[in-house]
Ligand binder design. Sequence first.
Ligand SMILES: Nc1ncnc2c1ncn2[C@@H]1O[C@H](COP(=O)(O)OP(=O)(O)OP(=O)(O)O)[C@@H](O)[C@H]1O
Length: 325
Amino acid sequence: MRGGHDLELVHVTKRYGTSAVAVEDVSHLFRGGSYVCLLGPSGCGKSSTLRMIAGHETVSEGSILLSGKDVTGLPPARRGTAMMFQNYALFPHLSVTDNVAFSLKMKGIAAAERRAKAAGMLELVDMARYGDRLPAQLSGGQQQRVALARALITGPQVLLLDEPLSALDPFLRIRMRAELKRLQRELGISFIHVTHGQDEALALADEVVVMNDARIEQAGPAREVFNAPRTEFVARFMGGHNVIGLPHGRFAIRCDEIRLDPAGQEGVVQAVEYQGAHVALTVRAVGDQEIVALIPEAAFFEQPKNPGEAVRLSWDEGRLHRLHA
Ligand SMILES: Nc1ncnc2c1ncn2[C@@H]1O[C@H](COP(=O)(O)OP(=O)(O)OP(=O)(O)O)[C@@H](O)[C@H]1O
């Protein structure tokens, strides 16, 4: 069933000039009110997809529907979407309030109403005290909140975020991540968030859409994409998995499903990496395959292993996921 503010891509292709396709025949339904992360390596077509949804880039073939209405040819301001850019793109000479109220001014809304609405939005992003400052007088995280308020003031059904956290330091990134999720829940609109980061996608998304080479490789709930990668690319890109070649096919298995077991397969430790809660053991096993075992740290330090040592590994056959080409 197609709900209220579903966004649908129907056979969408993007070509830049005569060069190769950036997005190839992508069809996907983004459910209204969901937090979706578009994830994939550099150049796979994430930003192009987002920019086409926003209307900042033309669609070469196919169509984009929002709430069942074809918005493919509409200008950005008339689609019901809003975009928050990676560099925030704030006007340096305008105060925070005027930046947030800018699109309302363009629409001819009276000054008093603009200021009231902007104040409400600044409240929402916890920036009410900073209305009179200029962007240069704010920290990166604060500028980002202003950019969010500026995008949200148009009342979009879908907010598009292009790598919104990439300019922040790791500590702030985790705080803003929680903030984005809270906002999305409170507003009940869809967020489509482009990221390189697997952790970020897993932490935020109701749905993870993994792109590779201009196409969607896998889409689904975060837990499903992580636990049951369909292809070798997804298994490797999401991380946390081994890809193992066995006589009956190629399989993925989570690194934390591999255990040290005196009755297991033989291998030689190549590397030992302390990761806090776990220790990652890289082991060269049968057939010269590298297998990473994540061992809980207490268990590891009961019987520590060093590079060059022989170990034995095992796993439950039932935890193997067959990979498709
Ligand atoms: N304006 C443009 N003109 C020509 N080619 C472009 C343009 N924008 C993007 N491309 C090409 O299209 C492909 C997809 O680019 P896109 O920016 O959508 O990828 P991305 O997944 O967002 O990458 P990144 O994570 O590095 O931002 C790339 O090969 C890129 O070089």
